[in-house]
Design a protein around this ligand. Structure first.
Ligand code: ZN
Length: 477
């Protein structure tokens, strides 16, 4: 990343000579605390989440719902007091779910509740019927040979751990994102997995899968937890188990979507960007309430409150509602490619894509010289019940492409104990959002963003080693 382009750097020095040096840090802390308290007292965040889930609903990248979401964001952000609102066109791969059917045909015929994994191919009209081979884990499938797997429908029965920090998701999602490709390489004719997630309901979890170059795509499905249990029980009888799978899923030609970008222009250092990130797209089974109308609503409202402050921030605060996080990070890549061409400098980023649970911890991934700033932020967050964490934050999926250029990140840890009961399922609906938790989040993000956009100092570089950009859908968002 051209972090010190001559023009941007000169502007930074110029700004630094007069911008904020005269203001004591106490005043900034007081402003942030006042913003925090105002956000707690009155927040429109739930209203934004209501609007996006009710008036737009499911918004799978490249679908009509996705286009409606872009139009919704452009119209709503203009009303919120931003200085500049604009779309950035992004082409995205489009996909149609169609109809999925999975049934046990032997030894005890029963239908199973299943959905196609995102971006998968369909089957012939008659479906595919084949014997099932079960693996405890993706690692066990990786260790299998084509002799074991060929001609079978692979079943990975791995469970996901429920944790407050959502750390069970990263390992569990591998069977979804990479499993079908690995199964196909070994000659599988189709694949089913136990849903990634922690729900015991018969509501399967979708999400993207991806085939390695040169690997033949196969139809792949997620079974609801109790249906994975059923398949396991029948396999446990020791008899051969046969599945019939059928799907009309298919890819469509690439479609036009957009990142929606909205700026509160910095009064002193307009080319220094504090970026607020959330993805606008969602999976199609629910209304994308916790993933990620919540994140969109939190950041929209934080920015709206900041825009009502008596003065403009020193740096530019930029909200980016990203296109197609779920199935390719296309919006993230497009935004960062253009950012690298500009003379703007992305000083620090914060992403909201971890549901709508109460925030319990604030972490950073900043240069060591910026840790005193983080400590000051923690003092402002403490009355919200948010504790300090550490400097190992990596941000979310959409910021991963900027982070890979060295941009430091700040991160709110939302309680995700229940998030993966609903995530990517038909159950991801507005009733899962607690307005009080949303208000706490707005207060936290607004206070921290205001400080980041006004503080005299920099946040350094993202601490080495710089992680590679996330694979789509592999972060907890
Ligand atoms: Zn998400």
């Amino acid at each position: 990343m051209p972090r010190c382009l001559p023009a941007a750097f000169a502007l930074y020095l110029l700004g630094a000579t007069y911008a904020f040096a005269a203001d004591p840090p106490d005043r900034l802390l007081d402003e942030a605390a006042a913003l925090r308290d105002a956000a707690l007292a009155e927040s429109d965040a739930w209203r934004h989440a209501w609007s996006l889930t009710t008036e737009v609903g499911p918004r799978l990248a490249g679908s009509a719902g996705d286009r409606a979401a872009v139009a919704w964001a452009l119209a709503n952000l203009v009303d919120l007091g931003f200085d500049d609102v604009r779309p950035q066109t992004v082409m995205v791969p489009a996909w149609e779910r169609g109809h999925a059917e999975v049934r046990i045909t032997q030894p005890f015929p029963q239908p199973l509740v299943a959905v196609s994994l995102g971006m998968t191919v369909g089957t012939p009209d008659a479906g595919i019927e084949a014997p099932v081979i079960r693996f405890e884990s993706l690692a066990e499938l990786e260790a299998a040979t084509p002799n074991d797997v060929r001609g079978h429908i692979v079943f990975i029965d791995e469970r996901m751990a429920r944790t407050r920090d959502g750390s069970g998701y990263g390992p569990a999602v591998q069977k979804r994102s990479r499993g079908p490709s690995i199964a196909s390489e070994r000659g599988a004719v189709a694949m089913v997995i136990r849903s990634v997630g922690t729900s015991g309901d018969r509501l399967p979890h979708t999400g993207a899968t991806r085939f390695a170059d040169g690997v033949r795509p196969i139809a792949a499905f997620a079974l609801a937890g109790p249906d994975a249990d059923m398949l396991s029980h029948q396999l446990g009888t020791g008899r051969d188990v046969q599945l019939l799978v059928r799907s009309t899923a298919r890819s469509l030609p690439p479609a036009r979507s957009a990142n929606v970008i909205a700026d509160i222009r910095g009064a002193d250092r307009p080319d220094e960007i504090v970026i607020l990130a959330a993805h606008l797209d969602s999976w199609d089974l629910g209304t994308g309430a916790t993933d990620n109308a919540a994140g969109v609503a939190i950041l929209m409202e934080a920015a709206r409150l900041i825009a009502t402050m008596q003065r403009r921030p020193s740096r530019t605060i930029r909200l980016v509602l990203y296109a197609n996080e779920e199935a390719g990070l296309d919006g993230s890549r497009a935004y960062t490619a253009e950012a690298l061409e500009s003379e703007e400098r992305h000083v620090v980023g914060i992403e909201a894509d971890a549901g709508a649970g109460f925030i319990y911890q604030f972490n950073s991934g900043v240069g060591a010289e910026a840790l005193p700033i983080v400590a000051a932020m923690r003092r402002v967050l403490a009355p919200l019940g948010i504790e300090g964490g550490d400097n190992s934050a990596t941000g979310g999926a959409d910021l991963s492409t900027l982070r890979a250029t060295g941009m430091p990140v700040l991160m709110m840890e939302h309680d995700r104990s229940r998030y993966f009961d609903w995530h990517h399922t038909a159950n991801d609906t507005l009733d899962k959002i607690d307005p009080a938790a949303l208000a706490q989040a707005v207060a936290a993000y607004a206070a921290v963003v205001w400080m980041a956009a006004n503080i005299e100092d920099d946040f350094g570089e993202f601490p080495a080693p710089v992680a590679k950009p996330a694979d789509p859908g592999e972060s907890s968002g």
